[in-house]
Design a protein around this ligand. Sequence first.
Ligand SMILES: Cc1cc2nc3c(=O)[nH]c(=O)nc-3n(C[C@H](O)[C@H](O)[C@H](O)COP(=O)(O)OP(=O)(O)OC[C@H]3O[C@@H](n4cnc5c(N)ncnc54)[C@H](O)[C@@H]3O)c2cc1C
Length: 530
Amino acid sequence: MIIPDFQGEIESDAHTREKYSRDASLFKVMPTAAVFPRDAADIKALVRFVNANPHLHLSLTARAAGTDMSGGPLTESIVVDCARHMDAITRVGYGTAVVEPGVYYRELERALTAHEFWLPSYTASKDLCAVGGMVANNSGGEKTLRYGKTADYVRRLRVVLSDGNEYTFQPLNLFMLREKIRLHTFEGSIYRDMYALVTENESLLRAAKPRVSKNSAGYALWDIWDGTTFDLTRLFSGSQGTLGIITEIEFRTVRSKKHARLLVLFLNDMSLLADIVHSALAYKPESLESYDDNTLRLGMRYMLFRFGLQFIPEALMIIKNGGLPKLVLLVEFTGDSDIETLARARQAMRDMRRFGCAMRITKTPKDAEKYWAIRRESFNLLRNKIKGRQTAPFVDDIIVKPDFLPQFLPQLNALFKPYAADMTYTIAGHAGDGNFHIIPLMDLSSSRARTVISALMDAVYELVVRYKGSITAEHNDGIVRTPYLERMYGKEVCALFARTKHIFDPHAIFNPHKKVGGTKEYAMAHIRTE
Ligand SMILES: Cc1cc2nc3c(=O)[nH]c(=O)nc-3n(C[C@H](O)[C@H](O)[C@H](O)COP(=O)(O)OP(=O)(O)OC[C@H]3O[C@@H](n4cnc5c(N)ncnc54)[C@H](O)[C@@H]3O)c2cc1C
């Protein structure tokens, strides 16, 4: 394949195609080729090439670090890998950072830490993922409870659109919006059509916005226009590369807090969870995370070498209680003074005594590290350490209002019960938001696994919708959840998603089968077998 004006590499050997056929999801989709643009000019050349050759039926799917859990960066056509070359940290200043999409979060973190700033929407995969994927998924993590998601930190985006030109998107006031609407260009038509779409459907969109603290399902049409500011960065954030390819991001960054104390609760009676979450939230923690006994067991088994004697409190607890606690809750308090931070943790602990569960406050950052490592690394341990069974993230990111947890969690468990022989699973998550990551381990080579996945997906997403939650809080739709968007939002709202896609990408050249046009048949046909 020769692409005029394209300066990067084009690779279509078997090894490359195999590598790019996978992310961290349930799926395998074999691409035709992977391309490695050097800059925005290369991405423009790619778009021009695809537009000039409609008979080849090509499309472009952007990829950053490829850690997506939904199949977002997988395609049968061309993968556009932005991580090989488009990885410049252009500017890091007071409260701001300008970067290319292929910058790994860990590199940005290093650069920001030197200025005592950070981007607090980081994920549990923060050592693996890149910022282009974080924006495109509108990712979140353990600090989202206090600080919000990635979209909240996007100030400005540069994006190559389907006409092959690069544009800047940022919040506009009414005067600036009118200027854009007047343009007789593709950019002008986007502003006209999107303004019409959101204003004509204002009440429908207001009602459709999920009533949960975070959501990555569908297009965030309800966040574009508040009557004063028109902001298409809100739409691009979380759109999974289906509307254009991001070439530059300006982030707002915030000052990091100096001190942290972790209150750890070991819970045996799950019916107390919602009350404990409510009580903990009253003390305004920075994080409220959780993981179950299977996750703890996995951590103790595979991190024994790393943390050794630090597991003694857990070992003593097993002896005393005759087993591991059902759930570990991590409630983190932060501040600029250790005395004040510790006082808040102690006050919360005193209040929580009425629940009768074992508790402790960590003494040092090192002491807290073990709990965070188990929370952040459990999915990777499952992926990399367990042989013979594979991680099957198909209901990996559900969220309901924390108020509903006492009714919701037993019903969720009941759905899994008939399949106890087919899988083991871990549950970890952001308890403070009511967001849980359920990761089953299954033998994906068996046809039975597909039957179970199909039935459980339907049942779990049905339950989530009944409780007015979201099918994905932060991992996004991808191949796995696009087929369920209609169940969550209904036909009318999904028609607006399709109209949005058409406004930006009328010939569907960006990331097909995601957000619009994905079917359950396509998803089931691409489940990997190993
Ligand atoms: C161990 C583990 C833990 C995880 N924990 C979390 C978590 O806590 N929270 C969370 O939100 N997610 C989590 N994830 C999922 C994933 O890591 C995040 O969603 C991450 O932000 C994706 O970044 P990436 O660089 O790997 O993106 P990729 O996987 O490369 O891409 C993600 C999506 O973004 C699109 N995209 C990439 N680059 C661009 C671009 N330049 N322009 C337009 N679109 C683009 C892709 O097409 C794709 O749809 C976890 C994954 C793993 C493996």
